[in-house]
Design a protein around this ligand. Structure first.
Ligand code: ADP
Length: 218
């Protein structure tokens, strides 16, 4: 077991970050911190942050950098992340957020940044079939034969399509990814911190590739 791994997982929407991060989190026994999940929880709980973020998220836009950096800074300050480390999923998404993260991480810098690479046409197909439990975030793939209402096997919550997984919002998010998040890949590559992992294949196979890549760096 790796004590205190600090990982960032980048990748297009639908690349499998959520699924793989849950597995990595169990494997390395470090908290999985998904900014998308944190924001969705805030929306459900109708906090001030949630009320502000909802419209932006539904339309496929990005919540402001300052707010996101503050949210992550607070989360990384908690005891579990301080002692065990973390897997960041969905953050950073812009170069400004990456700089913010370096500042927040301070003398405990990120060990490795992974780009879970899946081409755009492949993720588009995956997202159109993606369903998610609104309570625990478990991901499912729709085949069209599911019983309705669809109940989560893990927690009994409702399995639904995310409001931002509809085609217009998906295309907007993928465009934004190219515009704002792809430069991050450049940024981390130039710093020698990026490892690209092929995200196409069976989940077990992709997981093995990820742990191999992480094992060489941590
Ligand atoms: P996806 O990667 O499929 O877009 P996420 O669950 O990571 O889904 O995020 C859902 C939404 O939450 C994003 O479309 C965006 O509006 C918001 N969000 C999440 N993380 C960030 C971030 N780091 N910066 C800005 N907005 C974010």
């Amino acid at each position: 077991m790796i004590p205190g791994a600090r990982l960032v997982i980048l990748g297009r929407q639908g690349a499998g970050k959520g699924t793989q991060c849950v597995r990595l989190s169990r494997h390395y026994v470090v908290p999985h911190i998904s900014t998308g999940d944190m924001l969705r929880a805030a929306v459900r709980e109708q906090t001030e942050l949630g009320l502000m973020a909802k419209e932006i998220m539904d339309s496929g836009g990005l919540v402001g950098d300052e707010i996101m950096i503050g949210l992550v800074a607070e989360r990384l300050d908690r005891a579990d992340a301080q002692t065990r480390g973390y897997i960041l999923d969905g953050f950073p998404r812009t170069v400004t957020q990456a700089d913010g993260l370096d500042e927040v991480a301070g003398d405990k810098p990120i060990d490795v940044v992974i780009d879970l690479y899946v081409a755009r046409d492949v993720v588009l197909q995956r997202i159109s079939a993606r369903r998610v439990c609104r309570d625990c975030g478990t991901n499912y793939t729709a085949t069209g034969t599911e019983r309705q209402p669809w109940i989560c096997e893990v927690c009994g919550g409702d399995v639904m399509q995310r409001a931002d997984d509809h085609p217009d919002a998906v295309n907007r998010r993928l465009d934004l990814y190219e515009e704002q998040t792809a430069p991050l890949i450049e940024h981390y590559t130039s710093q020698g911190r990026l490892v690209v992992v092929d995200g196409v294949g069976a989940p077990d196979e992709v997981f093995r590739r990820l742990t191999d890549a992480i094992g060489k760096r941590v």
